[in-house]
Design a protein around this ligand. Structure first.
Ligand code: PLP
Length: 501
């Protein structure tokens, strides 16, 4: 690599390059490619090694482009976070596939702003339409990419708030929510905490989430939910929404969504579904029925940056009613962008890109300036097609079933919940070990040892009071070999640690 020659006038401290992207990217590509092979020891956590190379006070003078690129190549990239490792099954996070990563770069450079008429604006809008179709929603539904599932849920709950207020003759977004008597949202205890936070942010109050018990299948108890709603209505409170989990993040169990939809209709309450992780499960025909008719959802959150392995920062909110969503998230134009709402998406070609906002609207979410997130999504769908995505989901659901089958077959393993989607929860349990605390300590030690070795990387959770080793398959690099390795490693380490006492 030839160092980038500085061509700035001497004495100008702003040496930020705006050219030679090809050379700059070429200089980091070998390090990125090596990182993605995951065949060297994981050094991300060895802070004592890299922090001294990075720590410094705010520099008064810049070091120039090449020195920055060198730090990326030599220090940052080789010690990157290996959530894309083929044995990584922790939480619900992974690294982008190749085309998705390139889409991210293309977006940053060639579509640095999502708005105005350009191919990328078109692709972003088209990618939303494709996902609405792929996930089985009616074509009248609208959608917008968000920064993640957290924001996608916020958008959905924002729609619910607007809906509940408008039934009372109040425009919540304009007037505030003071006039909504005691808002309430109903959900299972497995509901992700971003839903709770959305209630806080939207002024509904985190306290006003009414959690029902889990039924025998670890799904929301609907009889209790119906009772809560009746009780709240009788007391003059305001039922705002029912939230269903389309794959809870701990165990991947899908709430009784068809019955929840019916309950919501019966009471004219908004039905929001959090499918950030498991919404993609509709693509496996063996489990699709559990999701019910998507035309009965009022809003839906799903994360392309999870099962689709788009770059992190890519969520999607889908909503039945685009008009209502626009009222919930109205952003008034300022004097400087009066044109914004005048020419939105003209028929034919405008005189310049800036003569039209293009597809989509900033009135459907909380972003204004925003990256063109849909490029990476479009790129992946174009690359692998709907059938490629379906195959990924089926394959990953199979992986969880493989773990479950082995946990059932091996006497020393205990399956803690039957997988419905792609999460398997199990633990090591030697014959005669009954003490929960002791089992938790043993399995936590097994998990710590797995992470130290670094080839099987599950996380943990709690299933009905029992500590579980939890493998969640959404990573496109997960393979059968690593599925078997996880179980082999747990058995091997479990035997060793339990023999030690
Ligand atoms: C990941 C997840 C979220 C949060 O989404 P982010 O993309 O992390 O903001 C919410 N709900 C569920 C079910 C999730 O899996």
């Amino acid at each position: 690599f030839r160092p980038l020659a500085l061509e700035r006038p001497a004495g100008d401290p702003d040496v930020a390059r705006t050219d030679r992207l090809d050379e700059a990217v070429a200089s980091v590509l070998p390090a990125l490619e090596a990182f993605n092979r995951f065949d060297t020891p994981d050094r991300a956590s060895i802070r004592s090694e890299w922090a001294p190379l990075l720590d410094e006070p705010l520099p008064e003078d810049g070091v120039g482009t090449e020195a920055v690129l060198e730090l990326m190549r030599e220090v940052v990239i080789p010690r990157g976070l290996r959530v894309g490792h083929p044995g990584f099954t922790s939480w619900v996070t992974t690294a982008p596939s190749t085309t998705a990563a390139v889409g991210h770069l293309v977006s940053a450079v060639a579509s640095p702003q999502r708005w105005w008429l350009q191919p990328s604006n078109h692709l972003d809008t088209m990618a939303v339409r494709w996902l609405i179709e792929l996930l089985g929603f009616p074509s009248s539904y609208v959608g917008t990419f968000t920064s993640g599932g957290s924001t996608a849920n916020l958008v959905g709950i924002g729609g619910a708030r607007q809906h509940a207020a408008e039934k009372l003759g109040i425009d919540a977004a304009l007037d505030g929510i003071g006039a909504i008597p005691e808002p309430r949202i109903y959900a299972s205890p497995e509901t992700h905490h971003v839903v709770t936070r959305a209630m806080g942010v939207l002024g509904l109050g985190r306290r006003n989430l009414r959690l029902v018990e889990l039924d025998g299948n670890r799904r929301a108890d609907l009889r209790q939910m119906a009772a809560y709603i009746r009780e709240d209505k009788a007391a003059g409170r305001t039922p705002v929404a029912i939230v269903g989990n389309a794959g809870d993040v701990n165990t991947g169990i899908v709430d009784p969504l068809p019955e929840m939809a019916a309950l919501a209709r019966e009471h004219d309450i908004w039905f929001h579904v959090d499918g950030a992780y498991g919404g993609w499960g509709v693509l496996d025909e063996r489990v699709e029925a559990a999701f019910g008719d998507r035309g009965l959802y009022d809003s839906f959150a799903v994360d392309p940056h999870k099962w689709m392995a788009a770059p992190v920062g890519t969520g999607l909110a889908i909503c039945r009613d685009g008009e209502l969503l626009s009222r919930a998230f109205t952003i008034e134009p300022g004097a400087y962008d009066r044109e914004r709402n005048q020419v939105v998406d003209p028929v034919g070609d405008p005189e310049s890109p800036w003569g039209a906002l293009g597809g989509g609207t900033p009135d459907w979410g909380v972003d204004f300036s925003t990256p063109t997130r849909g490029i990476a999504v479009w790129a992946v769908l174009k690359e692998i097609g709907a059938e490629g995505m379906r195959e990924r989901v089926r394959r990953h659901n199979d992986f969880a079933r493989m773990v479950a089958a082995r946990a059932r077959a091996e006497g020393e393993l205990e399956l803690l919940v039957e997988p419905q989607l792609s999460i398997a929860c199990f633990r090591y349990r030697p014959a005669g070990w009954d003490d929960e605390e002791q089992l938790e300590r043993l399995n936590a030690d097994i998990l710590a040892e797995l992470r130290r070795v670094g080839r099987s990387l599950p996380s943990s959770t709690n299933v009905g009071g029992r500590f579980a080793i939890r493998a969640c398959y959404i990573n496109p690099r997960n393979d059968r070999e690593h599925v078997e390795l996880l179980v082999d490693d747990v058995l091997e380490i479990g035997r060793r640690l339990s023999a030690e006492g």
